[in-house]
Ligand binder design. Structure first.
Ligand SMILES: Cc1cc2nc3c(=O)[nH]c(=O)nc-3n(C[C@H](O)[C@H](O)[C@H](O)COP(=O)(O)O)c2cc1C
Length: 223
């Protein structure tokens, strides 16, 4: 698989098969992903790989709390800017609509939407979860580095026949996860990522998200 194929076939998978990912495969993906670039070669990423009984336990702990606390424990960072402007607001709205449409959940169906959101905390069935954290002293540049590391993992996963689901949703349970994984105080949880085998029959995996045309985000200067 070449890089373009990995990019073209990567999507956010929201339905995984109940099949474990070999630990060696995850290790190999991380070994290669660590070649991701970072400003000043800081390599500011920290990743926790959670599988087996540990992931079952962590999911159970969070799921036990969702009912009473649907918004979790708050977040340590803004997942989205507080007053999202256009065109970002519409894009966010559209992907939500399209996602819920794949499983027949209507806009007015608040409960249905909540139930779908709660599937985040089963990691959509993934049997291995990655949790990404970053040192609190790091600034915007290093958060971008972490993103490049994550994208490297997502593309390498494709090469191994695996799929991924990056999940900021876990950030609303940062206290529970921090305690469970014993994340040191100097690190901040950024997000989780399910990794596993795509369920080809899950309706949510049929969603091919839209992208704005090149002209909307590119400025060519010169020539
Ligand atoms: C950092 C990050 C966090 C995300 N968090 C979630 C999440 O919590 N739950 C979810 O279902 N999708 C999440 N997504 C997936 C995005 O909705 C998805 O990437 C976007 O709609 C584009 O679709 P695609 O990944 O299928 O191309 C996240 C993506 C990124 C990059």
């Amino acid at each position: 698989m070449n890089v373009s194929e990995a990019l073209e076939t990567r999507l956010t998978v929201r339905g995984f098969l109940d099949r474990p990912v070999p630990a060696d495969t995850v290790r190999s993906i991380l070994e290669t992903a660590k070649r991701a670039p970072s400003g000043g070669n800081l390599q500011p990423w920290h990743v926790y790989v959670v599988s087996g009984d540990a992931l079952v336990d962590l999911k159970a702990q969070v799921q036990a709390r969702i009912g009473d606390h649907p918004t979790g424990e708050g977040t340590e960072y803004h997942i989205y800017p507080p007053n999202l402007s256009e065109p970002y607001r519409t894009r966010r709205f559209r992907i939500g609509e399209q996602m819920f449409a794949t499983v027949g959940v209507a806009r007015e169906d608040k409960f249905g939407r909540l139930m779908q959101f709660a599937r985040n905390f089963d990691m959509f069935g993934a049997r291995t979860g990655l949790f990404f954290a970053i040192d609190r002293q790091m600034q915007e540049g290093q958060w971008a580095d972490l993103g490049m590391f994550m994208q490297s993992i997502m593309l390498l996963a494709r090469e191994h026949g695996l799929d991924t689901c990056p999940q900021e949703a876990w950030a609303i349970w940062y206290k529970t996860i921090g305690a469970f994984l014993k994340i040191p105080d100097n690190l901040m949880l950024f997000c989780g990522m399910g990794i596993g085998y795509r369920d080809p029959d899950h309706p949510m995996n049929s969603l091919r998200s839209e992208r704005a045309p090149l002209e909307e985000f590119t400025t060519f200067v010169g020539q």
